[in-house]
Design a protein around this ligand. Sequence first.
Ligand SMILES: *Cc1c(COP(=O)(O)O)cnc(C)c1O
Length: 365
Amino acid sequence: MSRIYNFCAGPAMLPAAVMQKAQQELLDWNGLGVSVMEISHRSKEFIALAEQAEVNLRQLMNIPNHYHVLFMHGGGRSQFSNVVNNFLGEHGRALYLVSGQWSKSAVEEAQKLAGEAQIDVLNIVTKLDGLNQVTLPDLHSIKKDYRYVHYCSNETVDGIEIFDELDSPWPIVADLSSTIMSREIDVSRYGLIYAGAQKNIGPSGLSIVIVRDDMLKLASLPQSSVMDYRIAAENGSMFNTPPTFAWYLAAEVFRWLKAQGGVEAMAKINQQKAQLLYACIDDNSFYCNGVAKQNRSQMNVTFQLADDSLDSTFLAEAERAGLVALKGHRIVGGMRASLYNAMPIEGVQALVDFMNAFAAKHKAN
Ligand SMILES: *Cc1c(COP(=O)(O)O)cnc(C)c1O
């Protein structure tokens, strides 16, 4: 099989070493003679796997002891509703910061469940010289009582990332689906962090939730037991049968990350990868990116061709060169290269070489 580089935004590529290990032990895990997906989640072997996964995740992200780590069903979007149901109660209010498509979707779900009166919305993206940029608001000047403020630190669709730390008088709830473990963050600044697994952690369907224990005391709305953070925390994420195979793969990815030197080491490489690609975009008038430098996403690099009638030719030639899934999200168009942890720098170099050659060829015509 020739080497293919997969730039899909999600489900995204996983480390080849992890996939190979999973393949090798697919039929016989841990010497049990059966697959990890065929055993009870309550067996001592699976419990050991689950515990080790949590230990490794805590180490990788430096998660303080007063935070619970939950492995839940439902990917990223399920947390849009879980957050509302678990924290807002009948009268609580929340503030939502909007920086792109995903934070907008979170607002729509929150308003659907809690009603518009309980959800305040603040757009934090403005255009300056044609470029999208984020300005974090001074939340301390807002004299309101919110249960939490919700934001998304990396907008996967729009290619906008917020690197500045949000400062808030209320607990911060953050959607880190596409940026978790791509760089270091200070978990202790957050009330709750969630992430769908399929960008930087493992297969889709699994959702990682990191929640400070005092958040679990907030009044909740009646809700499904499977989506209740308290029940998940009390039952070690095993109130019902969890997505065990996804949990196993996530555990293998955590192990792989540790072997790479952890989040700090990944962050250095991720920075290099993004710089390499943005430099190519900036050096070629043939390409452009519409995000202000300080908010350019390290994980999802969006770009346009100067002549969009060449889009389909670009995608077809890229695919022939083994560079796949570069089409931008249908809402924003153009191109998008997702550079999650599993994407090696060689893949980005191959993309840059291709883009330079493509630009040279089509400029001359
Ligand atoms: C992918 C993504 C989601 C949605 O994840 P699903 O698992 O498809 O529900 C939510 N937020 C962000 C930032 C994402 O990148």
